[in-house]
Design a protein around this ligand. Sequence first.
Ligand code: GDP
Ligand code: MN
Length: 378
Amino acid sequence: MKLHEYQSKRIFAEYGVPIPKGEVATSAVEARDIARKLGGPVVIKSQVLVGGRGKAGGVKLAKDPDEAEAVADQILGMDIKGLTVEKVLVDQAADIKEEIYLGIVIDRARQMPVIIASAEGGVEIEEVAKTNPDAIKRLPVDPQVGLMDFHARNLAFDLGLGRAYVGQFMKILKGLYAAFINTDASLAEINPLVVVEGEKLLAVDGKILLDDNALYRHPDLAEMRDVQEETDSEREARLAGLSFVKLDGEIGCMVNGAGLAMATMDIVKYYGGEPANFLDIGGGAKSDKVATALRIILRDPKVKAVLFNIFGGITRCDEVAKGILEALEQVDTNIPMVARLVGTNEEEGREILAAANFPSAASLGEAAQRAVELAKGA
Ligand code: GDP
Ligand code: MN
C-alpha cells in the first residue's frame, strides 16, 4: 500500500525528520487560507500516488495567498498519469540550495534493508542509476544489529556533506530507518532531502510503501488507505482477495499462483504479445471468484484476448472450467479466449470446456501462441 506524500512526511516527522510546515487542502479557497496562515511563499503539491508529479506540472510555487488559490485551482482536478488530483499539500516553500536522494528498500538478494543515497537528488533515482551510477551510494544494514552511528556518519562523508550537516544527516537517517522498520515498509524515501538557508537539511518530499502482508499489525496505517486513489478494478480485486496489477498490453491473463502468473506473462511476451495484467486468483478459487476476475480483466478496453492458465493442485480444473462457463454467463463479451488446464481433474475440465465449445490448448506454449494470434485478430 502506498502512502501519500503528506502522510509519509508526517510519519517521518514523528521520528525527528524535519519537514516544512504545511496542510492539506481539497479546494482552492482552503489552499488560500493555508497559504495565508503559513505566510510567505508556498509550494502547492498534488497528492496522487505516483512519482514524477513535478515534471507533470503537479508541483508549483506560489508567492502569496492569491497565487496559491489560482495555482491550487489549476492543480486540483488535474489528471496525472491517469489519477485525478483530489487533494493538494500546501507547504511553506523551501529556498533550495541542493537536492539529495535518501531512501531505504529491502534488498532481497542480501536479505536486509539497504540505504540508498545520492548527492544528485531531486530527479528520479532510476535516472541517476542510468546516467551516473557512481553517484549512487549503497549501504546494507544488518537488521539484527541495526543502523550504527558510524554507518550514518560515513555515508554523510561519502555524500560530500560539509561538517555543518553531518549531525543533522545522521539524525534524519536514523529517523528514516526507524520509520522504515517500525511501519514494516518496503520503501521509505526522501527525494529530495534539501539544503536550505542557514545550513539546514529539510525533507521536502516523502514516500512510504507499506508491506501489505504486515498491514494487519498496523491498523492505524491501514486506515490511511486513500480509497479515492484506487481504481474500480483495484478495489474490486482487493475486496475479492485477488492479486491484480494492471499493465498496458492486450492479453488478459487469469492464472492461479503468483509464480505461474509471472511465467505466463513472460511466455506471452516471448510469443510477441503484451500482457494486460498480472492476476493471481489464488488457490482453490471457485466460480464466483473466476467471474469477478474475468469482469475485472474485460473492463480494460485494451484487452483483445484472454488467456486462462490454471495449474490444478488444490484448485480443481473441473471447478475452474465450470467457473469460466458460469463467469461467461454473467459477463457479456465477444473477446476471444483460450484455456490451458493442467493437473487435478484436467480431463474433466477440458471435457466441460469442449462441451461448451470453449477452446483449450494442450500446453502453455500453445495457449500463449493462440492468445497472441487471437489478440492480433487471427
Ligand atoms: P515529485 O516530482 O513527485 O517527486 O515531487 P517533489 O516533491 O519531489 O517535487 C519535485 C521538485 O519540485 C523537487 O525536486 C524540487 O526541485 C521542486 N520543489 C519541491 N518543493 C519545493 C519547494 O518548497 N521550493 C522549491 N524551490 N522547489 C521545490
Ligand atoms: Mn520527489
